[in-house]
Ligand binder design. Structure first.
Ligand SMILES: [Zn+2]
Length: 238
């Protein structure tokens, strides 16, 4: 069993370790960075896929308009042809040629229109799927952000609680031991005292020498040879 003073120091060390852990957790708090990146990727994809769908649809609309124009022209010509307004047979020949040319153009564009009728719906559906995935990711992001606020508040409360408990925990520790502890804390990433796990250091995992284990059994102050942290053990630990 560790001495009463070492037990008090261990209590302080657990507070300080808790503070270090809270800082670490606050530093890596998930505020939705991953989901945000996912949304950005999807938006890039949507710009591409949606752009394709949009271009195909625009082409379809253009062709439909042109077909309408051709049909109007054909109707107009056929009225003129059979309305008896044309004077010469040459004018009739010209018009017939023009009608043939318009019909050929209409047939060519009809083929492309049929292709577009096949292409546009799946392209639009593909874009819609990506839009749905973006909407879903945005919902998840909002929930994650909300949770992050709660997580942050909980960490802040725990940090405040431990900070408030610290002055009381410092009491009853001799100035010499406290100075040693504080010095180690500065050098050891805020954690200056660790528990012994079996026969290894709970801080760095190094095996503890037998003479150190013996000192601990004799209730003496001992440190890890590798990381220099103060070692704490309880009955049964070693
Ligand atoms: Zn160590």
């Amino acid at each position: 069993m560790a001495s009463a003073e070492l037990q008090r120091l261990w209590k302080l060390a657990r507070i300080d370790t808790g503070l270090v852990e809270i800082r670490k957790r606050a530093g890596v708090l998930d505020v939705g960075q991953k989901i945000q990146a996912e949304i950005q990727q999807l938006e890039t994809l949507l710009a591409e896929v949606g752009g394709e769908a949009h271009a195909l649809h625009a082409e379809q609309r253009d062709l439909e308009l042109r077909q309408k124009t051709i049909e109007d022209k054909l109707q107009k010509f056929s009225k003129e042809m059979y309305g008896g307004k044309l004077a010469s047979s040459r004018e009739i020949e010209n018009m017939e040629r023009e009608i043939e040319s318009l019909k050929r153009q209409r047939d060519r564009e009809d083929e492309r229109l049929l292709e577009l009728f096949e292409l546009v719906p799946p392209a639009q559906a593909k874009a819609k799927k990506i839009e749905d995935r973006i909407a879903d990711a945005k919902t998840r992001l909002a929930a994650r952000k909300k949770q992050a606020v709660l997580d942050k508040t909980a960490l802040e409360q725990e940090f405040a609680r431990l900070t408030a408990a610290r002055p009381e925990a410092v009491k009853g520790i001799s100035p010499i031991l406290l100075a040693k502890y504080e010095g180690l804390r500065q050098k050891s990433g805020g954690i200056a005292m660790v528990e012994v796990n079996g026969s290894s250091c709970g801080g760095c995992g190094t095996n503890i020498a037998e003479r150190t284990l013996q000192a601990l059994r004799e209730d003496k102050l001992a440190t890890c040879e590798a990381c220099h942290r103060i070692l704490y053990f309880t009955t049964g630990a070693i």
